[in-house]
Ligand binder design. Sequence first.
Ligand code: GLC
Ligand code: CA
Length: 508
Amino acid sequence: MTKESESAAPWWREAVIYQIYPRSFCDTNGDGIGDLNGIRQRLGYLEWLGVDALWVSPIFPSPMRDFGYDVSNYVGIDPIFGSLEDFARLISESHELGIRVVLDWVPNHTSSDHPWFLDARSSATSSHRDWYIWRDAEPDGSLPNNWIRAWSDESVWTFDELTSQHYLHMFLPSQPDLNWANPAVRDAMAATLRFWLDMGVDGFRMDVVHALGKDVTRDDPEELRMLGHTPLNDVAVTHEYLREIRRVLEEYSGDRVAVGEVYLLDPSRVATYFGRGDELHLSFNFQSIFTPWRASAWLETIRNAENALNPAGAWPTWVMSNHDNPRVASRLGGQDRVRAALVLLLTLRGTAFIYAGEELGLEDAHVAPDRAVDPGGRDGCRAPIPWSMGDHHGWEENAWLPFGDRASEFSVEAQERDATSTLHVARRLLALRRVSAPLRLGALSNLHVEGDVLIFDRVWEDDVVRVMVNFAKSPSPIDVSSGTPLFTTEELTDRTQLGANAALIVEL
Ligand code: GLC
Ligand code: CA
């Protein structure tokens, strides 16, 4: 296990990427909303935790109808988060600590406040008209297709009175989809990538990037259309656009990464978005978020990922939570399961994504209807990070969303002091992964289930590390007579059984 043989891999293969939802991370000017200086202030914490990179959810000027996923200027910073200077400082301070910075790029749609759309909507002959997707209704009044927009049972088409045409939006009516078939759109969006690449960002998480190409002549199957159109949009031309995007990244040195949100539920379809090594570098595999807490279910999820990706020569990713889904603790319940899930996340073959607060085992907040703000009902998992035990957990009293339950107990301050906390479990796991080539880079083998225990090996050269996770509510028999324990989520009382929801990593 020499350093030379390890260092051939691009950084993002080995990385643990920490997702920051900036509104909820850390507020430094008392307006109740997290900001870039808040991220800077907590870089020491992130270094201590041991993550390799940050993915920062959108920070661009936005009317915030989808909290930044509705961009009105791709090459600026929303004043609520700070300034371009603050961002430049964030990049340089992160880089000094060896932490890379990945931005969230939202190429599928703009805000309806974006100057491009304001111009497009102003007349049917405006210069930006064809930057968006406009259609007439059929003579009988019916819409161009039967697609349903996200978070609703409504059409993706909204009628615009001024010009008497409909425009397409897969999300809110205030998020019109760009027309990627128009080369001018592709050029303009490539320029936005170069702007941030020039500033030194290490790559992009690309929002709903599988949806850039569209075939509006094709209806969705009747039985699936209530899923909304996004997970059904899978059109060949998108791969051309992705190759163009990839070429922009390759104008730059330093392994700038493209991580796609390819929200298609079949991993073999997701695998096509790696192209022949000329499209995305990485793509989220959301199956893990929807896998129930059962050994057999996880066996299938892992097999599906390996089977889909290995033939494509693609590198897997693992994610347990994000700003769109209930947190692990709320979904699976109990800190023992949260810790075992962290073991899966950080020991499976692939790049790992941690959603800020996952290392604390945070639960979702209960957000009363009068405080709910998200059009997609996702406020609970976006509750502010509790930094301290005191009254407002390191925030002023006006934090934009309520805290989750037991925020003092789950706070960074409380967990830093307690060596047995979930935070320390996460930190120890990250440290182990850092020094273990098998865990970072090794092949996955010997994947199987014994009773309720999921078992797999990670193999790198002569080193073998075995991971065991007990999904049962009671202890399960295991055999670790040989091997050296490297990590456990709870004290290992004997070498013949693994406790309820416990996980163990041994070196063979
Ligand atoms: C992605 C984002 C989500 C956003 C949507 C529209 O799914 O993760 O938060 O609302 O795209 O941009
Ligand atoms: Ca603030």
